[in-house]
Design a protein around this ligand. Structure first.
Ligand SMILES: Nc1ncnc2c1ncn2[C@@H]1O[C@H](COP(=O)(O)OP(=O)(O)OP(=O)(O)O)[C@@H](O)[C@H]1O
Ligand SMILES: Nc1nc2c(ncn2[C@@H]2O[C@H](COP(=O)(O)O)[C@@H](O)[C@H]2O)c(=O)[nH]1
Length: 205
């Protein structure tokens, strides 16, 4: 069994900022050594999305049953659909000493702040709200009405960025990935230093 518990990494930010794009780029790198937690949602799959790969697509009844049975680490209702993080996978992976990467919206991140304050919280910020809107329109996956609701929500979400450990602007995908990787490495080093200091204190050094 591994001595260390894995690190829980939470990447959050408004819809359309590029969380999924950045996450896919991070996970396409051969030396990535954290695991992606696949979320559950009640929204309909977009073209090309696969159940069990992009999301676990479930009905509202199935999702609500899981909430009732404590099967989710966090969950939120976002623009009319439920989204949540299955608890068992996160627990098992962290217990096995592997880092887990979550890509979630801000209400869910706030719940994790309460339950797991030692997680690492990174807010992915857009260069501007205008650019955010252009990205959502350019993605072409939502109706005008849903885009307007997501932008209205985004205006509130960006107010929350000061609650995060780090804010990374997604100006260019590769820049954002490099910064996120550097933050994760730095966080591991910081934790090692804290642990060493604590152990030497216990030994009375
Ligand atoms: N740095 C960037 N510069 C320009 N366009 C980008 C950048 N990052 C992502 N995009 C584009 O913005 C759109 C939204 O990106 P993406 O779907 O990754 O956002 P998201 O934050 O995961 O959205 P959601 O939260 O709705 O799932 C996509 O069309 C993507 O190609
Ligand atoms: N609180 C959670 N939010 C999640 C989770 N998985 C994804 N999301 C976020 O929801 C919105 C909308 O996603 P979309 O795929 O419909 O565009 C976006 O901000 C996602 O990051 C989750 O498990 N919990």
């Amino acid at each position: 069994m591994n001595k260390h518990r894995g690190l829980l990494i939470v990447l959050s930010g408004p819809s359309g900022v590029g969380k999924g794009t950045v996450r896919k780029e991070l996970f396409s790198q051969p030396d990535t050594n954290y695991e992606y937690s696949i979320s559950m949602t009640t929204r309909n799959p977009r073209e090309g999305e696969v159940d069990g790969v992009d999301y676990f697509f479930r009905t509202r009844e199935e999702f609500e049953a899981l909430i009732k049975h404590g099967g989710l680490l966090e969950h939120a209702e976002f623009v009319g659909n439920y989204y949540g993080t299955p608890l068992a996978y996160v627990q098992e992976t962290l217990d096995a000493g592997r880092d887990v990467f979550l890509e979630i919206e801000v209400q869910g991140a706030a719940q994790i702040r309460e339950k797991a304050p030692d997680a690492l919280f990174i807010f992915l910020a857009p260069p501007s709200i205008t650019e955010l809107e252009q990205r959502l329109v350019g993605r072409g996956t939502e109706t005008e009405d849903v885009i307007a609701r997501r932008i209205a929500t985004a205006r509130e979400e960006v107010e929350m960025m000061s609650l995060y450990d780090y804010v990374v602007e997604n100006d260019q995908v590769q820049n954002a990935c490099d910064k996120i990787n550097a933050i994760i490495v730095a966080e591991h080093c910081r934790r090692e230093r804290v642990e060493k200091r604590y152990l030497s204190m216990l030994r009375g050094e």
